[in-house]
Write a protein that binds this ligand. Structure first.
Ligand SMILES: *Cc1c(COP(=O)(O)O)cnc(C)c1O
Length: 353
């Protein structure tokens, strides 16, 4: 792929690596590429970061034909930069795009584009412990027309933002509210895709949970509101009687790269892993009987997010005395160790840039 480069007059000042937060600072450049029916992908370019023009009738603004990805570039102690399983993000975007009738980007092209923008922005990859460069590839329809149909033109873009250590004051368990009215996904819907629409529909649940003092929502299945599925932006796992339980990937749950990696590691460590439907009543009962030993979310941003409390209707249970569990901590240390190049990557998951 040929990538045109347009230089900025002046580079931005880099933010303080100790106070990066999440998604507050955008880097100097962005990647863009266009797709038109008949022509396919064309005009790949890296240009100064800035606003893009959009026609008010752009179909994305009305019908949300939009998908995205989330991944990171990590700086190792030797100064080199690496990605973590980027081809999984590429494949997931293909699956998202198929569902939303959007053009596919071949895996190699996706990874090449990610590598190119990260290489351009290498000085933006921070080096403070547990900081990284968050990478946001996304695609949307650009055609202007108000009829509902598959659009005939699209844009693929990648923007980057340096992000701080997720746990600045150590890993704090979160309080989670089980949503018993609103639903996130049903079989046949878009639950397995990373599309903007899924998030738009989830904000009400998130707002209500925050009003009640919770950090996140745990979604149940959309039909019976009975089986545990996932948290807002994370998959979720439970350790019950020494064994691991998580929802299966069957169309409603987002197939997380972190989820897949954690399950690999747990199986290697000899844990019995069940990708199975788990009823919320059984989970709450296990919690009250002290058999729910650990609960944690998994996702690119936090890697592991321990759950300290689960609330369902008028029932609530504290998990592991509101402390991070032993396995959760071990998983966090090991997987972040691989990502930042401190642990040997025996799975071949990292890709050097
Ligand atoms: C992105 C996302 C996840 C986590 O996926 P990772 O690839 O591990 O970052 C989980 N659930 C939802 C709904 C997501 O959007």
């Amino acid at each position: 792929m040929e990538i045109r480069f347009e230089k900025r007059e002046q580079l931005k000042e880099k933010p303080d690596q100790k106070h990066l937060g999440f998604g507050k600072f955008m880097t100097d450049y962005m990647f863009l590429m266009d797709w038109d029916a008949g022509q396919g992908w064309h005009d790949a370019r890296i240009v100064p970061y800035g606003p893009i023009q959009m026609d008010p009738a752009c179909v994305t603004l009305h019908y949300a034909q939009e998908t995205f990805e989330g991944m990171k570039a990590y700086r190792r102690a030797d100064g080199k930069i690496q990605l973590f399983r980027p081809e999984m993000n590429a494949k997931r975007m293909i699956n998202s795009n198929k569902r939303l009738c959007m053009p596919e980007i071949p895996v190699e092209m996706f990874v090449e584009a990610v590598k190119a923008i990260v290489k351009t922005e290498q000085d933006w990859v921070p080096s403070e412990p547990e900081t990284s460069l968050y990478i946001r590839p996304f695609m949307f329809a650009t055609e202007s027309a108000l009829g509902v149909h598959m659009a005939t033109s699209y844009k693929f873009m990648i923007i980057c933002t340096p992000v701080g250590a997720y746990y600045e004051e150590g890993i704090n368990p979160v309080r989670i509210l089980v949503e018993d009215e609103l639903v996130r996904a049903v079989q046949g819907g878009t639950g397995f895709t990373k599309c903007g629409g899924n998030y738009a529909a989830s904000i009400l649940g998130q707002v209500r949970a925050e009003e009640k003092g919770f950090t996140q929502v745990l979604w149940l299945d959309g039909v019976e509101r009975k089986y545990v599925e996932e948290v807002g932006t994370m998959n979720i796992m439970f350790k019950i009687d020494g064994e691991i339980y998580t929802a299966p990937i069957e169309g409603t749950v987002l197939p997380g790269v972190t989820r897949d990696s954690i399950l690999h590691i747990l199986r290697d460590w000899g844990y019995q892993v069940h990708e199975t439907k788990l009823a919320i009543e059984d989970l709450m009962q296990a919690a009250h009987e002290g058999r729910l030993e650990e609960a944690f979310g998994t996702g690119t941003a936090a890697v592991i997010s321990p759950v300290g409390e689960l609330a369902f209707k008028d029932d609530a249970a504290t998990i592991n005395q509101f402390k991070i569990g032993e396995v959760s901590q071990k998983l966090y240390n090991y997987l972040t160790g691989i990502q930042w190049g401190k642990e040997e990557d025996k799975y071949g998951w990292t890709v050097e840039i």
